[in-house]
Design a protein around this ligand. Structure first.
Ligand code: 10G
Ligand code: SF4
Length: 324
């Protein structure tokens, strides 16, 4: 697309690049809160503070907290008795705080309040005698945490439409559905519709449990993708919501790539790209967005345009134990 332009430009002159930056993008209120919890725990208890699972799925954030004295572990058995430990923003099964209390750890729960809300809904549905169909991605820590709120066998994971078709639930069993907070809005709508068609008596939340930040970032990427030749999404490969943003852009017919940071960009990707879309997942810091813009500016004459599709004002309170 740019070949004729290139041919007529003096050597050394940078080609223009229209950069469409999505808004909202990057940190959500739950990620802001979780990072602040680790930082405040380090101030209050001193290093090291243990963190069970990556506090959020972003390598840059994790490395920055490691440098301040956080030690990331997979399970509590890697944490000494009595040590301070923070549970990640994705939430933990009920057994985890029970174990931490038994081992006299000073634990702080950084589970996002919107994930905790789903945990409480799960408990309530079980109390009401319903079996839960939980829409989510197998093996994701949020899914493990939410499924771990209720007794084994009380919840069935559903990942795809094929899973819905294969469900064989005894007739007359009261049912409820819940969802992971970072799913594709469009895929989830299809799965919920399939569940409601197959089980007309199923009950669920008014909208699915996909959180405001996930759905706003998907809407924002839909705003930039149609006019872009390529979309770059900043986020780690383990970040479910970031991977969903890549898929949303691709489904609109636009090439899209996930990058952790500016150094991942191959300049060859920009060949023939006149308009580039840029966004960041809910766990990716704005600093990395600016780093990408600076890197692009070394190669091209960048003209930035921010496309705002929603305003976000959400702020979550910190746990009381870190406030006084
Ligand atoms: O998108 P996922 O759930 O993989 O997490 P993340 O750490 O990349 O982003 C923040 C979202 C959560 C903490 C899950 S509610
Ligand atoms: Fe909370 Fe949504 Fe952010 Fe997850 S993505 S931490 S649910 S605000």
């Amino acid at each position: 697309m740019n070949a004729p332009l290139q041919a007529t430009r003096p050597a050394g002159e940078r080609l223009p690049l229209q950069l469409l930056i999505a808004a909202p993008r990057g940190f959500c209120a739950g990620v802001d809160r979780a990072i602040e919890i680790v930082e405040r725990a380090l101030e209050r208890y001193g290093a090291p503070v243990y963190v069970r699972h990556e506090i959020v799925h972003n390598q840059y954030v994790v490395n920055a907290l490691k440098a301040q004295g956080a030690i990331f572990v997979d399970e509590l058995d890697e944490v000494p008795d009595g040590a301070p430990v923070v549970f990640s923003a994705h939430g933990v099964p009920k057994a985890v705080p029970i174990e931490a209390t038994r081992r006299e750890m000073v634990w702080v729960d950084a589970t996002c309040p919107l994930v905790s809300k789903v945990h409480r809904q799960a408990e309530r549905q079980i109390e009401a005698g319903r079996h839960i169909l939980f829409i989510g991605h197998r093996g994701h820590p949020e899914v493990i945490g939410t499924m771990g709120q209720v007794p084994e066998g009380a919840i069935t994971l559903v990942e795809t439409l094929a899973d819905v078709a294969a469900l064989d639930i005894p007739a007359g069993l009261p049912l409820a559905f819940l969802t992971q907070t970072t799913l594709s809005v469009d895929d989830t709508r299809e799965i919920v519709t399939a569940l409601e068609t197959k089980y007309p008596h199923i009950v669920g939340p008014k909208a699915e449990d996909i959180c405001y930040a996930t759905s706003n970032r998907q809407t924002a990427v839909k705003t930039i993708a149609p006019g872009s030749d390529l979309v770059l999404v900043i986020g780690s490969p383990t970040s479910s919501n970031s991977v969903r943003l890549v898929e949303v852009a691709q489904r609109m017919g636009t090439d899209a790539k996930l990058i952790e940071r500016a150094s991942d960009i191959d300049p060859a990707w920009l060949d023939g790209v006149a308009t580039l879309g840029l966004t960041a997942g809910a766990s990716a810091p704005e600093k990395l967005v600016r780093e990408v813009v600076e890197r692009l500016s070394q190669w091209r004459e960048v003209e930035e345009h921010t496309l705002v599709s929603a305003e976000e004002k959400m702020v979550f309170k910190l746990p009381r134990q870190l406030l006084d």
